[in-house]
Write a protein that binds this ligand. Structure first.
Ligand SMILES: Cc1ncc(COP(=O)(O)OP(=O)(O)O)c(N)n1
Ligand SMILES: Cc1nc(C(=O)O)sc1CCOP(=O)(O)O
Ligand SMILES: [Mg+2]
Length: 208
C-alpha cells in the first residue's frame, strides 16, 4: 500500500454551503495524501455520486481514495480501499467480496482488536478515539495516547490515529509514536482548509 500520513475524512456537516469535492481538493493541495468518503445520511445513490466525484479528484491528484461502510460503492467507483468498523462486515468476509487488491482499513479501540485486524490481513488500522469527539455518534470513550503507544509497540502494520485530533493537541499524538493522523472536523470545518493541512503536514514532517 502506498504510504500516507495526513488522512482527511469528509465531514459535510462541518462546511454547510461548500461542496465536498472543493473542500477535499483544498485538503489535498494543503497536503492530505489520503481521502475517505464518510456519509452517514445520504442515500446509496447520493453516496455513489459523491464517490464518483471524489474518485475523479483523487485520481487527478494521485492520492489514495477510501470509502467508509459502502463496499459496493467502493467497488463501483474503483476506489483504492474501504474502511470498516468493528460492527461492520468482518474483514475476512469483506475480502471475499473485494478481492486482494482493495485496501481494507479497520477501526480499532483496543489492542485485541488491533491484533485481530493485523492477523486477518488488514492493510492499516485506525486507532482511536484518542480524544473526545462529537463527530461519531456511537463512539467509545477516549483511548488516550496510551493506546497509540501500545499499538506502536505491538502492531507491525500501518496505523492512523483518529478522534478529536486538532492542531493544539496533535503534537501529543506524534510524541506518542503516531506517524499518521486522521481528522474530520479540524480539516472539514476549517475556514482555510488548505492552510490547516499545510500546518498539519509541517508538524508531521517534524516542524512545530
Ligand atoms: C481512518 C478511520 N478510522 C476509524 C474510522 C471509524 O470507522 P467506523 O468504526 O466504521 O465508524 P464510522 O466512521 O463508520 O462511524 C474511520 N471511518 N476511518
Ligand atoms: C470517524 C471516527 N472514528 C473514530 C474511531 O475512534 O474509530 S473517532 C471518529 C471521529 C473523528 O472525527 P474528528 O476528527 O472530528 O474528531
Ligand atoms: Mg464505518
Amino acid at each position: 500500500m502506498k504510504e500516507f500520513s495526513l488522512y482527511a475524512i469528509t465531514g459535510e456537516e462541518f462546511h454547510p454551503g461548500k461542496n465536498v469535492v472543493d473542500v477535499m481538493e483544498e485538503a489535498i493541495i494543503g497536503g492530505a495524501d489520503i481521502i475517505q468518503l464518510r456519509d452517514k445520511t445520504g442515500s446509496k445513490r447520493e453516496v455513489l455520486e459523491k464517490a464518483q466525484a471524489l474518485r475523479e479528484l483523487t485520481l487527478k491528484h494521485n492520492v489514495i481514495f477510501i470509502v467508509n461502510d459502502h463496499i459496493d460503492v467502493a467497488m463501483a467507483v474503483h476506489a483504492d480501499g474501504i474502511h470498516l468498523g468493528q460492527d461492520d462486515l468482518p474483514l475476512t468476509e469483506a475480502r471475499k467480496i473485494t478481492g486482494k487488491d482493495m485496501i481494507i482499513g479497520i477501526s480499532t479501540h483496543h489492542i485485541d482488536e488491533a491484533k485481530a485486524a493485523e492477523k486477518e490481513g488488514a492493510d492499516y488500522i485506525g486507532a482511536g478515539p484518542v480524544f473526545a469527539t462529537n463527530s461519531k455518534a456511537d463512539v467509545t470513550s477516549p483511548v488516550t495516547t496510551d493506546y497509540i503507544k501500545q499499538v506502536k509497540a505491538e502492531i507491525s502494520i500501518p496505523f492512523v490515529a483518529i478522534g478529536g485530533i486538532k492542531r493544539h493537541n496533535v503534537n501529543e499524538v506524534l510524541e506518542a509514536g503516531a506517524e499518521r493522523i486522521c481528522m474530520i472536523s479540524e480539516i472539514s470545518g476549517a475556514k482555510d482548509v488548505r492552510s490547516v493541512c499545510m500546518e498539519l503536514r509541517a508538524k508531521l514532517e517534524g516542524g512545530n
